[in-house]
Design a protein around this ligand. Structure first.
Ligand SMILES: [Zn+2]
Length: 499
């Protein structure tokens, strides 16, 4: 099943559903459930200060049928067991797509929820006919729509068709068409009036047709170029400062997380104390590596848990009174080793914290230095400008304005990955050669390994020889030859080279 409405309508339906979920029955205190109109379009006056979105003229109203919210204490009956005792109103969900509800002038969307019945293990819609029949006593006069399988008809249209018995169906259809065209004509004049009063919000021209938040590629590139120009205009000092601020922020986050993980108090999270049960699970998997407490295996951990030691903090305080881990040969050496390892775990964290504190202090000092440089620069700048450029008084008045680059300085090449730049840079021949050389050396073992891995019948053998370029061998004065190498290609049935 597909949605029979556009994007704007979908957003309106979503917004209404969300608001109803939030406000529950309060939503219907001041609204007509049979006709929930969207904001904007022809449902607002033209004297609004805001301009009206074009889409809102197209969006159709909704009728939302949720019996428990509309009638106090009402629970819809299940169509199978004809009772409402097992119907779970709380876990009802919205239907996938609302039904089309036709009226005389235009259609609406009839939305409802699916209610599960715990006894029958089935779901039924809020406007299920059998369910409505069971609750007829409570709902009489409330739900007046005529329901068909794929659409619904509202009470006005229903009585219009049913109460014209002396005219043929063709005449009724003609009549309805005329009403509809009148309605469209009125709407059309209203739209023209709205345009004349310049109350329509124009669609931006440089965005994608299907998604108005996505700019077109030309506009996007223009934006990026502008952004880059702005960053270029920022002084180097400012950039350095921003970078330092960013680094400091990252270090602070790390420090906070380390400090949080050092919280081994009774209320602290269990993972901080190195919970043995979790560690046991991790050690069971052979994929986990570099786990803490290397000398404690799965069995030892289980034994420790059985004597009431559940984490590393408890292990540090553990006294082996019953001599569970005592052995006559090593005495308590094992236990001490485990304790030392547990201590090491916490010590590593503490060391890391101390390092972070130092690093933050160092960054702070750097930032202070940058600040003092900036101050010096600012105090010098006006004097330099006055000396250099006597012609322009305006520039001297604004010492912080960006300086135009001297024309002798060449434009630099862009970054390799920059999408707006030219992605090029100069390289000497020797650099190119060395790149090719190392590239070949890196690729050779991999290619060989690949070829070794291939198996198959010999399908084709090729003998060839290759002359090594630019190489001459002198066997005597004036006697030289160019050496060559023989190459044997063996290919299998798939045309893959084996040797
Ligand atoms: Zn049932």
């Amino acid at each position: 099943m597909v949605a029979r409405y556009g994007e704007a309508q979908r957003l309106f339906i979503k917004a209404v559903r969300e608001e109803i979920t939030l406000k529950q029955e309060r939503y219907f205190h001041q609204k007509d459930w049979r006709n929930i109109t969207p904001y904007g379009g022809k449902y607002v006056g033209l004297n609004t200060p805001k301009k009206i979105d074009v889409d809102s003229f197209y969006v159709k109203p909704m009728a939302v049928w949720i019996p428990p919210l509309l009638i106090a204490g009402h629970i819809p009956s299940c169509p199978h067991c004809k009772k409402n005792t097992h119907v779970d109103v709380e876990s009802a969900r919205w239907v996938s797509f609302p039904k089309l509800l036709f009226g005389i002038k235009h259609h609406r969307y009839l939305d409802t929820k699916m209610y599960p019945c715990r006894a029958c293990k089935c779901e039924f819609t809020g406007y299920n006919k059998q369910s409505l029949e069971c609750d007829a006593k409570e709902l009489v006069g409330y739900f007046n729509f005529y329901l068909a399988t794929k659409y619904a008809v509202d009470d006005e249209l229903y009585s219009f068709i049913v109460n014209s018995p002396d005219s043929s169906p063709a005449r009724i259809a003609q009549h309805l068409q005329r009403i509809s065209s009148d309605n469209y004509f009125n709407d059309y004049q209203y739209y023209l009036y709205a345009v004349r009063a310049s109350k329509i919000k124009g669609t931006p021209s440089n965005v994608s047709r299907h998604d108005k938040r996505q700019p077109q590629i030309g506009a996007a590139i223009q934006q990026q170029i502008q952004r880059e120009e702005q960053t270029q205009q920022q002084s180097a000092m400012a950039r350095l400062k921003t970078q330092l601020w960013g680094e400091m922020r990252n270090l602070r986050f790390k420090l906070i997380s380390i400090e949080a993980s050092l919280d081994v108090s009774a209320d602290g999270p269990a993972r901080n104390k190195l919970d043995f049960r979790t560690l046991c699970e991790q050690k069971r998997s052979r994929n986990s590596r570099d786990l803490p407490l290397p000398s404690l295996g799965e069995g030892k951990l289980r034994k420790l848990i059985s004597v009431g030691v559940h984490n590393a903090v408890e292990l540090l305080d553990y006294e082996d009174i019953n001599r569970v881990f005592y052995s006559p040969r090593t005495r308590d050496a094992k236990l001490y080793k485990w304790k030392a390892e547990a201590q090491e775990c916490f010590d590593t964290k503490r060391r890391k914290r101390a390092e972070l504190v130092e690093a933050i202090a160092a960054k702070k000092d750097e930032l202070k230095q940058v600040d003092s440089w900036t101050l010096i620069e600012e105090s010098i700048a006006p004097a330099v400008l006055e000396g250099e450029d006597d012609l322009s008084d305006v520039e001297a008045m604004q010492p912080r304005a960006p300086q135009p680059k001297p024309p002798t300085e060449l434009e630099l090449f862009s970054e390799m990955t920059c999408p707006t730049g030219y992605n090029a840079r100069f390289m000497s021949t020797s650099q190119v050669n060395s790149i090719l050389e190392t590239e070949f050396r890196h690729r050779k073992p991999m290619q060989e390994a690949k070829m070794m891995g291939l198996s198959g019948e010999i399908f084709k053998m090729d003998w060839s020889y290759k002359i090594a370029g630019k190489t001459y061998v002198y066997s005597g004065p004036g006697v030289c030859f160019r050496p060559y190498t023989s190459v044997l290609n063996i290919q299998n049935g798939d045309g893959m080279t084996l040797v």
